[in-house]
Design a protein around this ligand. Structure first.
Ligand code: CP
Length: 309
């Protein structure tokens, strides 16, 4: 069994297949335990601090819920505007301060590399909840947990990743984990939102088969799984460029009818227009189950960081 005791979680590439097996096992135990009990006492007396410099619903609330379901406490910096960040306090001073109150920090920040910078500044574990367009490793772990549950295996997968592959930290982290299982990957995006070249060359060096395409239907017809992503308006400096690419790829009832096969659909959420609400009742639409799985995976990670599992 891996030990995450006292460790930071910063990047998808820090996990091995054996680590993922361990995390899946612990998360599924928590999933079973929560069916019998509302909360546990494993982390009683421990405090988690959430520090979100960018908006979030799922990541922040699921970490807070996970800590509370484990019997621990939660403190939050709240919005940037209501904290001393608004007075010009640096990231390192802020995390040094918070480390005086809390036992673990969960941070989201618009700058790539900021979570590592925070981790280097404090003696307590830091969890990267999204650093700009960089990484979102706990999302990738809950995605893997969801794929394992929905498809029954992580072997021989063909996955279409669709949308804003340039800015999507969730896909940047998930490809690190999928590469451990030699998944075949379709990258479906407008030319301007291609997966960064550095990530593609790293994957190719690991022997991963990649097809870059703008033909979503063809990629989907050859995949077990579609991983949809939102085109991230907030990352565009030129809004006319956003207007040009928005709505490039949409899963709706007609798309699924034309596809003529059952497929699993994941999305880290939030969505804008890339999956229409009519798809929500489609049996393969797993994105709200994926949200729920985030709770179990984050319970697993927190319990492991404190050496309790
Ligand atoms: N998936 C995800 O990171 O969602 P939030 O932005 O709501 O945290």
């Amino acid at each position: 069994m891996i030990s995450l005791k006292g460790k930071d979680i910063l990047h998808g590439n820090q996990f091995s297949k054996k680590d993922i097996d361990g995390i899946i096992k612990i998360a599924s135990n928590f999933e079973r335990e929560l069916k019998k009990k509302d909360s546990l006492t494993l982390l009683k007396g421990k405090i988690l601090a959430t520090l979100f410099y960018e908006p979030s619903t799922r990541t922040r609330l699921s970490f807070e819920a996970a800590m509370q379901r484990l019997g621990g406490g939660v403190i939050s910096m709240g919005s940037v505007e209501s904290s001393s960040v608004a007075k010009g306090e640096t990231l390192t001073d802020t995390v040094r301060t918070i480390s005086q109150y809390a036992d673990v920090i969960v941070i989201r920040h618009p700058r790539t590399g900021s979570a590592k910078e925070a981790a280097d500044a404090v003696p307590i574990p830091v969890i990267n909840a999204g650093d700009g367009t960089g990484q979102h490793p706990t999302q990738a772990l809950l995605d893997i947990y969801t794929i394992h549950k929905e498809l029954g295996s992580l072997k021989n997968l063909v996955v279409s990743m669709v949308g804003d592959l340039k800015n999507g930290r969730t896909v940047h982290a998930l490809v690190e984990l999928l590469s451990l299982y030699q998944a075949r990957l379709y990258f479906v995006s407008p030319g301007a939102l291609r997966m960064p070249e550095e990530i593609i060359s790293n994957l190719k060096e690991k022997g991963i088969e990649i097809v870059e395409t703008e033909d979503f239907m063809k990629a989907a017809s050859e995949s077990h799984l579609i991983y949809m992503t939102r085109i991230q308006k907030e990352r565009f400096t030129d809004l006319s460029e956003y207007e040009r690419v928005k709505g490039s790829y949409i899963v709706d009832g007609e798309f699924l009818k034309k596809l003529k096969k059952k497929i699993t659909i994941l999305h880290p959420l939030p969505r804008v227009d890339e999956i229409t609400p009519e798809v929500d009742t489609y049996p393969g639409a797993a994105y709200f189950r994926q949200v729920r799985n985030g709770l179990f995976v984050r319970m697993a990670l927190l319990s492991m960081i404190f050496g309790k599992r």
